[in-house]
Design a protein around this ligand. Structure first.
Ligand code: FAD
Length: 502
């Protein structure tokens, strides 16, 4: 059993990308008065420079920080995001939309999909997306805040500006920023009153200075300088399920109004993203190095973007997977230092937020307790494995025949958890969401049906409605969706008006 250590109050955050500054902002806002928080970052090393699409859960983080939405959007050139358009994922030429929010009305015993499936069998139902306000609004290029949160949304944001915005907040709450390169990570050689031999003691900077701390947050990106390199925590490689291991990214000038959704376009070698901001578009290719060479990737990307290039294409190598533990000794890895699934479905910023909130909940004020560490690692692993399954689903259920990559992912052995979900949906149309999972039923349904997985049957409760009643039920929902969207302004005009005072 661990003996409690003296109060921890010196926190050192290594790295100032999105992870470092999100962590600093939350910790300083909530615990700034009790803690001495320092953040080290190196302009020369820079950040990964991508990560610009988010999911609606970011509202929770912003609410905790007490942010003004319009001010945040103006500062980060953000736009609204209602979901993701998947183009060519099921098969070449076939698209679908994964929206935030819900589709239709559920019955207590069965989800809307069962009623829709019955309507489809009888030839009464329109496309599933017609019953979802976010999808209809996205395709009409419209957006506004509407009462009762009838449109669920997230943001596209400029990652560099977001880090600077959070830095301003954090410094306001007392975080001290230290510019410079970490040369070495020093460990305690013997037990002390507040640490054990092997715990991290300090960051040794290139200029010879030392930054000592009690708790270290590793936000050094893929380098994982503290958790991976220094403490030797190994990495679980998921590339058998997720074959993409490279990305090349570039920013282009906008040539059209920003649309309120991310585009994810499948290619024989992987896929491409387009993320529209107020002032520019973020673009990238995510690919398997077995299908496309690093030398060819930038040229391929250039052929698939619109508008003038604002920076030169930048290559990023990664291994999809996670560290065996994200909290070890007195070091917690947040962001890319702890793992990375793949950018599809934009979940990394969300995971940073989850880690940041979880660390606040389990903050080791009286010293590190192994039970807290275990709980943190358990919850973090569950989060990431759930997201992994959801992302693998997009690859696996496909009918593409144009490359070895798509054949491999269709034929590969799945994680048992995902195999079960697919079988349950295929046979019965049912999806269940364990309470702490990120993606809700409607996300799974949209992606499974979008990728071409249609259930063999629907729940018998749908038979309680005869054809006329079912038609009226479906039509009422469709008309309500149309009414919501008809009242919305153009997305770009709405963003400009909202941000104008800032
Ligand atoms: P980084 O941005 O790499 O920051 C690392 C920091 O550590 C930097 O400040 C660096 O200077 C510092 N550092 C490193 N070494 C040293 C040293 N020796 N001395 C001093 N400082 C040091 N997430 C999403 O949510 N949505 C997306 O759409 C999305 N798209 C992505 C696309 C790609 C291709 C990739 C690879 C990732 C994407 N992500 C996305 C993930 C997202 O980019 C990251 O989660 C996010 O940017 C956080 O990165 P980070 O702060 O962990 O690392």
């Amino acid at each position: 059993m661990n003996t409690p250590l003296k109060a921890f109050h010196r926190v050192v955050i290594a790295g100032g990308g999105t992870a470092g500054w999100m962590m600093a902002a939350l910790m300083s806002k909530l615990l700034g008065k009790q803690l001495d928080i320092r953040l080290v970052e190196s302009e020369e090393i820079g950040t990964v420079g991508v990560g610009e699409a988010t999911i609606p859960a970011l509202h929770t983080f912003h609410n905790l920080l007490g942010l003004n939405e319009a001010e945040f959007m103006a500062a980060t050139n953000a736009t609204f995001k209602l979901g993701i358009q998947f183009e060519g994922w099921k098969a070449i030429g076939e698209d679908y939309f994964h929206s935030f929010g819900s589709t239709g009305n559920d019955h207590w015993s069965a989800g809307f999909q069962h009623f829709w499936l019955k309507g489809r069998a009888l030839g009464l139902a329109r496309p599933y997306t017609d019953y979802n306000p976010e999808t209809v609004a996205a395709h009409a290029n419209r957006f506004a805040h509407v009462p009762n949160q009838a449109l669920n949304y997230a943001y596209h944001l400029d990652a560099g500006r977001y880090a600077r915005f959070l830095r301003g907040l954090s410094e306001g709450y007392g975080v001290q920023r230290i510019e410079g390169k970490i040369a070495r990570v020093l460990q305690h050689e013997t037990d002390t009153a507040t640490a054990r031999a092997g715990d991290i003691a300090a960051l040794q900077m290139m200029d010879g200075s030392r930054i000592e701390g009690d708790l270290f947050i590793d936000c050094t990106g893929f380098r994982s300088l503290l958790l991976g390199e220094t403490l030797g925590v190994g990495y679980e490689d998921w590339s058998d399920w997720l074959p993409c291991d490279r990305a090349v990214a570039v920013q282009t000038a906008s040539v059209r109004e920003a649309w309120p959704y991310t585009r994810s376009i499948a290619h024989p070698f992987g896929w491409q993203w387009r993320i529209p901001l107020q002032h520019r578009v973020g673009n990238g290719l995510v690919y398997s190095s077995k299908e496309l060479s690093d030398a060819d990737a930038p040229e391929v990307l250039k052929r698939h973007v619109e508008g003038e290039l604002l920076i030169q294409p930048r290559l990023i190598r990664f291994v999809p997977g996670q560290r065996h533990q994200v909290w070890q000794r007195n070091c917690v890895a947040v962001g890319l230092a702890g793992g990375f699934v793949e950018p599809l479905e934009s979940t990394s910023i969300h995971l940073i937020q989850r880690h940041a909130i979880r660390l606040m909940q389990l903050f080791p004020a009286g010293g590190i307790q192994q039970a807290d560490v275990d709980e943190f690692n358990l919850q973090s692993r569950r989060d990431l494995e759930h997201i992994r399954d959801f992302i693998v689903l997009h690859y696996h259920v496909n009918a593409r025949t144009d490359s070895a990559l798509w054949t491999h992912v269709r034929e590969m052995t799945l994680p048992p958890t995902l195999r079960h979900r697919i079988e349950l949906f295929r046979e019965t149309g049912r999806v269940f969401r364990p309470s702490d999972e990120l993606f809700a039923e409607n996300s799974w349904i949209q992606v499974m049906m979008g990728q071409g997985l249609m259930p063999a049957r629907y729940h018998p409760v749908a038979d309680l409605m005869g054809p006329d009643e079912l038609q009226r039920f479906l039509e009422d929902i469709r008309v309500r969706v149309q009414r919501i969207v008809a009242g919305l302004p153009a997305h770009q005009a709405y963003v400009e008006q909202l941000c104008a005072p800032f």
